[in-house]
Structure formats: structure tokens, C-alpha cells
Design a protein around this ligand. Structure first.
Ligand code: ADP
Ligand code: ZN
Ligand code: ZN
Length: 858
């Protein structure tokens, strides 16, 4: 199995371009990403005059004593290297490996997020593709013709003009029936083979192609196939096996058959000998496959759904659609029906979800509708699975790819639609390593480059998406001048408008569940010291008696927490910044500090509440494990499943835990963030939130938005089926505007209030941010570097500087972390002037990450 040129060429939708050398005569060199294990650097080569090279082409270059492959990255018109040290590119192995729009996308990501292009290419390609691929040479039809049998080759026979080396290679290839060898092999056999190879390529006698890494060759597995159905001379046991095969349509995997029949290989072999069955190797595609519920039909849509779908179907080219539908309003059904015509047109669709935890459920729904046209692509797949799925995408067959953040780079050649489900979710943003991209931003660029609609779906849209509605969209343009990297003709068109579609009601007019707010201060006053309020305790008892199911949500995030008074609800805040102070757990016995992560204000942890003098001043933070212990103590008969990053670490764990829960093997699902996202479990009637406060007072300007979104999403898991739902939110600050908005299911008034504050302080979605994160093993050096960079930046114009300040968890994995926040005025792109100079201020012991549009400023 190999990727032939034919398959790869399906990627090459770009037109053959004009020569860059001729158009822009200045280019004399090219930077090449050389295909050599562990290499991160770009090497400069000179351009042979007759060879036309474009960024994205696969090249062959001399490297030490070898001839290696590489990707052409960037044309240069100047270099600091001494001309005699620069070697020449040997040849172009494959043109247009990256289609034009895709290459442009990668370049844009690199430029906008201040990331070397190679690091962007790395996330786009499956692991090790280039590193382990092998270039091979094979004969063309012309090359296969031997001179003596072909009249064509007598007079004017190209082989008569072949150099001796080329002649030798031709003969070597012709001797072998299949007529192909790796470059490596040929180079070992024949001295200075490369020139000869080039000659054969030029004359059309041979062609070169890439063979994928050996490690990821297709996986084979034994299958048992029934061929004879008349059971003469069979024992009872053997007859049973035949029967099992027959019931399974005459085919089963060998291992499956052994297991189902509790039998051994020797029994199977006997049946083979008797001629009843055969065993053969079959290729298994290592794509993650779920249970396929066959034959799911389009649902007949509600009128709100119909309106939305008709609008979507009428669109052409790039349009951004915000599909704002309350939880359970049928957004997924719209995605399904919007994708069906796309597949009919022979195009593919990309569906992004925030968490891997969400993919099994969603994937099952998509597979039920589109069968094996659905592929899953995310970083938790094994290398082999990723490789197979990647290969599947390159075929160009119309398909649906469902994946997490990085799937935005899925190399689908013919993209007809991109969907971001739960588009508000912070998981779409990568914090580290670079590029610190936001999948929504990249999706906007990609839809625009591929001229296809982008659907952003959510019950609680991000404020960015919300304010873009009805206004002309301005997706963050590339800071690159459009022609710099290769004369792309794709430009942004700001004339496009965004479309707002609303689904204000749940399916079948099911009501949104009522949200009860429990004041935990009251509970304490009345003598309840448990982490469960009396209402929640009653609800849990009832759950057990009525045999229904519930979800308990616990907020847990990092190690840092805020400090609040359990008597009056007072929260300690920074006097300068309007954010809560973070509690710092330092060494044992050291004094406890509270710190602001924006301006570095510090104070000691007071012994009493500054507001009411209560000694019950506590920092918050309560993990799932602690809650689970407490549940076991108070409700020993309640069967629970913990669903958090600890229990879902293993492959397939998400699906297994959810399946257990769906099958009624537990009464309660206890977990973190993951529970809030898109799960559609109709039998869940109760949703409890242990301490909403953990969400409300994070030391981050986005805390309120995130809290509103999370709580609304959690609440939305209740009452999705026939039975009405009940939501209990425990808090120490019931009067908080977020809590009030959640109780009323009132997105609009939450937005209005929140946007007003953001505008006043010039935070996104108005102003834009860049966060410089520095870290080092040396606490002094990182602090000094942060100071030096901040000073250097203070001489520049166009932004405000906050900090430097230490990160909320100063030391992580022995590295000390500092940060500088740059705040840009509205309507200006976040642009770091002379960033290479800034980077140069960092000694090698300090690492610097430039986080553009950061989501977490902690
Ligand atoms: P959302 O994605 O907005 O949370 P879903 O698409 O999951 O909503 O829909 C919620 C439930 O309603 C699902 O079980 C889905 O199968 C069902 N549903 C969606 N649309 C319809 C419809 N038009 N008729 C009947 N049931 C529907
Ligand atoms: Zn502050
Ligand atoms: Zn108090």
C-alpha cells in the first residue's frame, strides 16, 4: 500500500501557478524544511535557474552526503549566508502537495500566531508522515518498453541519448517485474545515481512517488468466512460454529468467532480442512468505529428548524451563520440535514466539537444517518488510526469528518461546510504549544478561503460571535501582505454578512428546566455543614426512590482558587483590577498570599472577613473525588460514576462510562466540565451544581461569561426527555448577576450587562489582547527578562501594557512563569511590533510564548 501520485494529486486543486522566479525576479533562494528526523530548522538552498519552485512543493535536496526530501517553505531574495556555502535544490519531487487555499491557511496561521510555519505544518500532517515516508522511483509505461520490442525506440529513441548512469538505473528497474525501487536502494546500487534519476524523470521514463511510513502500513486481521452450508458429518460443536457464522451474515473476525463460540483455533482449522469455511487476512481500517444504528431517517422538522435549514440551504460561498438554539432545540438535527445535500454534491463537511468526550455520542448520531461516510479525527487516536483517517480524507470521497480543535486542519480536498458545535467553548483555543490558535478563527479563514458556509452553533454563543451578528464580519485578517508568500489571489472580502438564526424553544415545546438557587450561607447559618444543601439531599433521595438519573457538576480547574467568606459571601478582590484575588499555595508553613494576576497586587490572607469579621474565610476548591467520598458516606446506596479527566484517561473510557450510565448501571454521574457539553441523555431529570462560586470568581475577565455558559449548559442536561427536569445550583452569592441570568435562562440580559463592562474596560470582544508567557527554571532570570521585555515594549505605541506579573501558579513542573498582557484598542488587530527583536531579548534559558487572543489569563 502506498500513496500514489494519483491519490496525492487529489490534494492538488491549485492551478499550476506562474513561475515565481520570473514574476518576482528577486528570488534566488528557498528555505526548505528538510525531511530528516528531529529537524526543526529550515535550510537555505539556491534555486537552479531552469527549475520552477513554489512554496508547498516537495523537493529533493542535498543534505550532508545524502539526498533527502523536503518541503519548500519560503522564497528569499536575500540571505546572510556565504554564497559558496549554499547548495542547489536538486529537483521537484511533487508539485502542489498542499492545495493553494490550504497552504495559504497554514501561512496565515503561522503569521497571525507568530509561529514558524514548520510548526503549523506539523499539526496539519499526521505524525511522522514526512519523516518516515520513502521516496520511490517507478517506470512509466514509456519506460517499461524495451528498445528491441518497441519500434518507437529505434529511431529518435530517447534511451540512445541516456547517460550511462541513467541507462544503468533504467536497466535496474526493467529487470524487476514491478519496476520500482526506493531512491535509497538505487543510490546504494549505483554511484551518483541522482542525476540519472533526474534524467529519467525529465524524459518521462520514470516517475517518483512517496510511500508512507512503514510503521503505519495497513493493519490486517484474520476473518472467517462461511462457504459451505450443508452440514454433513459435523459434530454438534462444529455445527454450532457454522450456525453462529450464518447468523452473522456468514462472516466474523477470527478472534470474535473464538470468543463468541468459546472455541479454539484447532476446531476452526478442522472446519477449514473439511471445506466449510475459509480464513483470510483482511484489512482493518483503524478508524475509530462506533456502534452503527442503521437506518436513522431525517426527522420532520419544527417550523423554527425548517426556517433555519432553508436559510442555510440557500447559501453559497462564505457566510458565517450563528445558530443560537437553547439546549435541546434540535441544532444537531439541523447539522445533519444541512450536511446531507453537501454530500450529495460530492463535497465534504467538517464538524468540530470541543471535547473528545463528546465525539462518541455525536459520532453515533452521524453514523446512524450517514453510515461509513463518517470519520473521526482527533489527537487521542493512535498514530495508525490518524494515518488511516488522513489517507481516507485525501481520497476526496465525500465524507463527514468529526473532530476536535486540530481537525480544523483536516486535509479534505473538497470542503462544502464547516460546523463548530458549542462554538463558545474554550477548548477550541490552544494555549500551548504554539501556534496558540483558536479553531473558530482558523475556521473563519478556512471557510473564506474555500468559499463555504461556516455554522457556529451554541445555546450560549461567545460574545465575539454574538456581536458579529448583523454586522459585517471581519475575520482577523492575516498580517502578511497577501502577495508576500506566493502571490495568493485569495483575499478577504469584508462585504460578507453574518446571519443569525434562532431556535428559541426545545423540541416538542418541552420547557427548559426550572433552576433553583440555594443560598449556602443560609444552610451554614441553619446548621448544615455538609457540601450538599438540604434541597439537594432531598432530590438525591428522591432520585433513588423514583429510579431516575442525575448529574452532579463540580467545578475544578487548576490549583488556584479564590477566597470567600462562608458567612456573608464576601469575595476578596483586587482594588485596581476588578477581578478576584487568587489564593497561592506556596511552600508548607510559608505565609499565605493573595495575588492579582493582572497587576501583581499582593496582600496577605486575612484571618477574618474584612466585611463581617467572620472567621469562616475559606478558599474554594472541591474535587470530584472528595464529592464522591461524601456521597458514598451520606448515600451509600446511590450508584455513581465519576466522569472526569482522571477516569476518562483511557482510550474508549468516555464511551464506556456513558454507555454504562445510559444502560442504567448508575444513578448519578459525578463530574467536571466534560459533563456540560452537549450530552443528550433523555433519562436525566436532576442536575446539581455543588458550588457555582468556583466558576464565578476566577481571576479572569472572562470568568462571568464562562460561568454563565457553563451553568446554562449544565442546566440544559436536565429534562430533555419526557420527564420534566430539576436543576439545583448551590452558591454563596445568589445575588450575583450571572446566577440571576442563569435562573431566568436569560442570555440576552446577561450579554447586555457583560458587554457594557467589557467595553468600559476595553476588553474583548472590543479591545484585543496578546499575552506574552515567559517561563524558566531560573526564577530570577525569568522575572528580569519579563521586566526587560516590558520596558522595551513600553517605548512602542499602539497598546497598553499590564504587568509583568507572575502567573497564578508561579511554578509548574519546576518552571517559574511570568506574563505580560498587551491590550490593543478596539478595531485594531493585535500586532506585536518587531516581535523577532522582542524574542531576541529572551536568553536561551527563558522560553517565550506569544499567545494571541488568549482565553486564559491565569
Ligand atoms: P441540541 O443539539 O440543540 O441540544 P438536539 O439536536 O440534540 O438538540 O435535539 C434534542 C433532542 O430532540 C434529540 O434527542 C433529537 O433527536 C430530538 N429532535 C431534534 N429535532 C427533532 C424533531 N424535528 N422532531 C423530533 N425530535 C427531534
Ligand atoms: Zn490587579
Ligand atoms: Zn463575611
Amino acid at each position: 500500500m502506498y500513496i500514489s501520485d494519483v491519490k496525492l494529486s487529489s490534494l492538488a486543486v491549485a492551478e499550476p501557478g506562474e513561475s515565481y522566479q520570473s514574476k518576482t525576479t528577486g528570488y534566488r533562494w528557498i528555505e526548505v524544511l528538510v525531511d530528516c528526523p528531529g529537524n526543526l530548522d529550515l535550510f537555505t538552498y539556491s534555486l537552479p535557474p531552469q527549475l520552477e519552485i513554489k512554496p508547498g512543493d516537495i523537493l529533493s535536496v542535498p543534505f550532508g552526503s545524502q539526498q533527502l526530501g523536503g518541503i519548500a517553505i519560503r522564497l528569499l531574495n536575500q540571505t546572510d549566508l556565504a554564497p559558496e556555502k549554499i547548495r542547489e535544490v536538486e529537483d521537484v519531487v511533487s508539485r502542489g502537495f498542499f492545495p493553494k487555499a490550504y497552504w495559504e491557511l497554514l501561512n496565515r496561521v503561522a503569521a497571525y500566531y507568530y509561529t514558524p510555519l514548520i510548526q503549523v505544518i506539523r499539526i496539519a500532517l499526521p505524525p511522522g508522515l514526512l519523516g518516515r515516508s520513502q521516496r520511490r522511483l517507478r517506470l512509466t509505461e514509456l519506460g517499461k518498453k524495451k528498445p528491441e520490442t518497441q519500434p518507437l525506440f529505434t529511431y529518435n529513441n530517447p534511451s540512445t541519448f541516456l547517460s550511462p548512469t541513467a541507462q544503468q538505473i533504467l536497466e535496474l528497474l526493467q529487470e524487476q517485474a514491478a519496476g520500482h525501487y526506493s531512491y535509497h536502494y538505487i543510490q546504494q546500487k549505483i554511484k551518483s545515481a541522482y542525476r540519472g534519476i533526474r534524467e529519467l524523470l525529465r524524459l518521462g521514463l520514470a516517475e517518483s512517488y512517496l510511500e508512507p511510513p512503514r510503521l503505519t502500513k495497513p493493519k490486517l486481521q484474520k476473518a472467517v468466512i462461511l462457504i459451505e452450508q450443508i452440514d454433513r458429518d459435523l459434530t454438534l460443536r462444529q455445527r454450532e460454529i457454522i450456525e453462529v457464522l450464518r447468523r452473522n451474515g456468514g462472516e466474523l473476525w477470527h478472534s470474535e468467532l473464538l470468543q463468541t463460540c468459546s472455541t479454539s483455533t484447532s476446531v476452526v482449522n478442522t472446519l477449514v480442512k473439511k471445506g466449510y469455511i475459509i480464513v483470510e487476512e483482511r484489512e482493518v481500517l483503524r478508524a475509530e468505529k462506533g456502534v452503527v444504528l442503521v437506518g436513522d431517517q431525517d426527522k420532520s422538522l419544527t417550523s423554527a428548524q425548517t426556517n433555519a435549514l432553508e436559510t442555510i440551504n440557500s447559501l453559497n460561498g462564505f457566510v458565517q451563520i450563528l445558530l443560537h438554539g437553547v439546549t435541546g432545540s434540535g441544532k444537531t438535527e439541523i447539522y445533519l440535514q444541512a450536511i446531507a445535500p453537501i454530500l450529495h454534491q460530492g463535497k465534504s463537511a467538517l464538524v468540530l466539537v470541543p471535547e473528545i468526550g463528546l465525539t462518541p455520542q455525536l459520532t453515533d448520531r452521524f453514523r446512524a444517518r450517514f453510515g461509513n461516510k463518517v470519520n473521526v479525527y482527533h489527537s487521542a487516536l493512535s498514530d495508525g488510526e490518524r494515518y488511516d483517517t488522513w489517507r481516507q480524507m485525501l481520497t476526496g470521497d465525500p465524507q463527514v469528518v468529526i473532530g476536535t480543535r486540530s481537525a480544523i486542519f483536516a486535509p479534505l480536498p473538497n470542503l462544502g461546510m464547516i460546523i463548530l458545535d458549542e462554538e463558545h467553548d474554550g477548548s477550541f483555543k490552544q494555549d500551548s504549544p504554539i501556534p496558540t490558535y483558536h479553531a473558530r478563527t482558523v475556521a473563519q479563514w478556512r471557510s473564506e478561503l474555500e468559499h463555504c458556509p461556516l455554522i457556529l452553533g451554541s445555546a450560549t454563543p461567545a460574545l465575539e460571535s454574538w456581536i458579529s451578528v448583523g454586522n459585517p464580519i471581519t475575520p482577523p485578517p492575516s498580517p502578511l501582505p497577501a502577495s508576500d508568500e506566493g502571490g495568493q489571489d485569495v483575499t478577504f472580502n469584508n462585504a460578507n454578512t453574518a446571519i443569525y438564526l434562532s431556535l428559541p424553544e426545545r423540541i416538542n415545546s418541552r420547557p427548559l428546566p426550572p433552576v433553583e438557587i440555594v443560598d449556602m450561607r443560609q444552610e451554614l447559618q441553619e446548621g448544615n455543614r455538609s457540601i450538599f444543601s438540604r434541597n439537594l439531599q432531598d432530590a438525591l433521595k428522591e432520585l433513588q426512590e423514583s429510579k431516575r438519573q442525575g448529574i452532579l457538576f463540580i467545578h475544578r480547574r487548576g490549583h488556584s482558587t479564590f477566597v470567600s467568606c462562608r458567612s456573608c459571601g464576601f469575595v476578596l478582590e483586587c482594588p485596581n483590577c476588578d477581578v478576584s484575588l487568587a489564593y497561592h499555595h506556596t511552600e508548607e508553613g510559608a505565609s499565605q498570599l493573595l495575588r492579582c494576576h493582572y497587576c501583581n497586587y499582593v496582600r496577605s490572607h486575612p484571618p477574618h472577613c474584612p466585611e463581617c469579621s467572620s472567621p469562616y474565610l475559606k478558599f474554594f476548591g472541591s474535587g470530584t473525588q472528595r464529592v464522591a467520598q461524601e456521597l458514598n458516606r451520606q448515600f451509600p446506596n446511590l450508584r455513581l460514576i465519576r466522569f472526569d479527566s482522571d477516569t476518562t484517561r483511557n482510550k474508549g473510557a468516555h464511551r464506556n462510562l456513558l454507555t454504562q450510565f445510559t444502560n442504567g448501571e448508575a444513578d448519578l454521574l459525578v463530574g467536571t466540565q466534560m459533563l456540560t457539553k452537549g450530552l443528550d441523555l433523555p433519562q436525566v431529570t436532576l442536575v446539581g451544581v455543588i458550588a457555582a462560586d468556583g466558576l464565578l470568581h476566577l481571576s479572569d475577565y472572562r470568568a462571568s461569561e464562562r460561568a454563565f455558559q457553563t451553568l446554562t449548559q449544565v442546566a440544559g442536561r436536565a429534562g430533555r426527555g419526557e420527564e420534566p427536569g430539576r436543576v439545583i445550583v448551590q452558591t454563596y452569592t445568589p445575588q450575583h448577576p450571572v446566577i440571576e441570568a442563569v435562573q431566568k435562562h436569560d442570555y440576552q440580559s446577561f450579554c447586555d450587562a457583560e458587554l457594557e463592562q467589557r467595553q468600559a474596560l476595553n476588553y474583548p470582544p472590543y479591545g484585543r489582547l496578546i499575552l506574552l508567557r515567559l517561563s524558566s527554571l531560573d526564577p530570577i532570570q525569568v522575572q528580569n527578562t519579563a521586566q526587560i521585555i516590558a520596558t522595551a515594549l513600553s517605548s512602542k505605541e499602539g497598546f497598553e501594557i499590564l504587568g509583568p506579573a507572575p502567573a497564578s501558579i508561579l511554578r509548574v513542573a519546576n518552571r517559574y512563569r511570568w506574563q505580560i498582557l498587551l491590550k490593543f484598542p478596539p478595531d485594531v488587530l493585535p500586532n506585536l511590533p518587531e516581535w523577532t527583536e522582542i524574542r531576541a531579548l529572551c536568553p536561551s534559558s527563558v522560553s517565550l510564548t506569544i499567545d494571541v487572543d488568549p482565553m486564559n489569563i491565569m
